[in-house]
Design a protein around this ligand. Structure first.
Ligand code: FAD
Length: 468
């Protein structure tokens, strides 16, 4: 870091004065991500406006052994974009814009700093759907979505971000530009290198451009709320719906405690149906109403569904979704400790029971709620820290939950990534051989370890001019 003033001077020459900020000129929003974890002003903030500038910046930092933290919209929920005092943050916000919509290929080509919402709007105006969707759509950038392999609301129908990326442009730590741009569905030319960078949380390369798949705009949606007798019925209903009317656009399961909480937080807290059923599922589908009604009648006759209501208007559909969107109120109404885990779909009910039982045994009277995108094998659970002893045994709660995830063969991160916050728990889901192979991959793309050190894995010493 002795070289820092000299390197900053070289960076100013390469990127321009206004693209290299230090000290108070760096907005606090670059100090931490959405989690607010360990905020820290980086040694400098770079704002490159082209792939060439990203390449120059990385080449200079790599040569000097200065670590670089790629930053997108800073909406991450794992601490992946949080810098340390000696890091240089590299924000992609000036590298934005739609380059092309190709209607024949049904693709959109974008720069990494483009927000998800801008891409959705551009696709919409061209008569397509870009199906990735999540609450942070207005701020998160597609580069961040790709780097975290984001999930969101429509994974059950369209897949994760990984399933929507056809091509990438990536700058490696030493400044080499990998052109992996591609519009073709079928392309088996050796290793599919782009997959390495999707979900790599800025540790293997900086994503600068992408080619994304577009989908046809869906027909009018119907929204339904069903009460269910047990978890097995939730899975059986999902498979029945998929068989008879097609895969829904969303399939959101709420355990009774979550449903009650969501209803109690409504402006007018009136439950759309009795609140004493064990589980509720809210789903959106583009299937014709008559076909759906027939499927549902049969499901009720089979005992899979205890009660159901259709939303008869857009306003009613919004009102039902408000219950599920209670999660947006968590930071205001409780002190939430949120978990984003995944398990084989058949095990999610058992996992929820096991977790609740162990939490209750350890901290009687604690309050936890369960909900999730179960069609994607994804369960969220939130423990209200106000119901735990003081000082809050955060690590112990996390260890309890992630141990149960590991025992049932699940993943400690369904969609938010590992970042800083889940590093210590990665071993519950990834064995030592796989971890070793991940480190080897990291070493081959970033031998000096300058890209986002300390994220995903325990911190490795950053290159200091000595061979490792
Ligand atoms: P950042 O937070 O800036 O960075 C995230 C990671 O990506 C960091 O490791 C960073 O180093 C790396 N990175 C960023 N840009 C690049 C780049 N161009 N090249 C290389 N690495 C890069 N996530 C979900 O998966 N599903 C959800 O449903 C969901 N809902 C959310 C709702 C809200 C209200 C909020 C605040 C967050 C939500 N998230 C969700 C989490 C978050 O929005 C996603 O992780 C998102 O993909 C992060 O994008 P970002 O641009 O903000 O990335």
């Amino acid at each position: 870091m002795n070289d820092l003033p000299h390197v900053l001077e070289l960076l100013r020459q390469a990127l321009g004065e206004s693209a290299v900020l230090t000290g108070q000129a760096i907005s606090p929003r670059h100090h931490s991500d959405w989690t607010g974890h360990a905020p820290q002003c980086p040694a400098a903030l770079l704002l490159p406006g082209s792939t060439e500038q990203v390449a120059s910046a990385l080449r200079l930092c790599n040569a000097a052994g200065i670590s670089v933290v790629p930053q997108g919209g800073m909406t991450g929920l794992a601490g992946g974009a949080v810098p340390r005092a000696n890091d240089i943050a590299l924000s992609l916000e000036r590298l934005r814009g739609i380059e092309e919509i190709d209607s024949a290929s049904a693709t959109i080509t974008v720069r990494a700093g483009t927000t998800l919402e801008q891409i959705q709007q551009a696709a919409n105006e061209a008569g397509f759907l870009f199906p990735l969707d999540l609450g942070a759509r207005g701020s998160c950038q597609i580069g961040g979505n790709i780097a975290t392999n984001a999930g969101g609301n429509a994974v059950i129908r369209y897949g994760m971000t990984r399933d929507l990326v056809l091509g990438l442009e990536v700058v490696l730590a030493d400044g080499r530009v990998l052109n992996l741009m591609n519009k073709m569905i079928k392309n088996n030319c050796g290793y599919d290198l782009k997959q390495c960078f999707i979900g790599s949380e800025g540790t293997l390369g900086v994503i600068t451009r992408a080619v994304l798949k577009l989908a046809p705009q869906p027909a009018e949606q119907t929204t339904l709320l069903c009460a269910l007798p047990d978890y097995a019925s939730a899975v059986a209903l999902l498979r029945k719906v998929q068989r008879e009317v097609g895969t829904p656009q969303a399939y959101e399961l709420m355990w009774q405690d979550f449903f009650r909480l969501g209803v109690s937080w409504l402006e007018t807290p009136v439950a759309p149906m009795p609140d004493d059923y064990p589980l509720y599922v809210l789903f959106d589908t583009a299937a014709p109403r008559e076909q759906l009604e027939r499927c549902l009648e049969a499901a009720m006759a089979e005992g899979l569904v205890s009660d159901a209501i259709f939303a008869n208007s857009h306003a009613q559909a919004r009102a039902l979704w408000k219950i599920r969107e209670a999660t947006g109120e968590f930071p205001i109404r409780m002190v939430p400790l949120n978990f984003d885990v995944s398990l084989p779909i058949g095990q999610i009910g058992d996992f929820a029971d096991l977790c609740r039982q162990r939490l209750d045994q350890r901290w009687p009277g604690n309050h936890s709620v369960y909900f999730g995108h179960i069609g994607d094998s994804n369960l969220h659970l939130t423990v209200d820290c106000r119901s735990l002893p003081v000082p809050t045994p955060l690590l112990e709660v996390e260890e309890l939950v992630y141990t149960a995830v590991g025992e049932l063969g699940g993943s400690v991160s369904a969609e938010h990534g590992i970042g800083l916050l889940k590093r210590e728990f990665l071993h519950h889901s990834v064995g030592p051989e796989a971890l070793h192979a991940m480190r080897q991959l990291k070493d081959s793309f970033d031998p000096k370890g300058i890209l986002n050190p300390g994220k995903i894995f325990e911190s490795q010493p950053v290159y200091t001019g000595m061979a490792r």
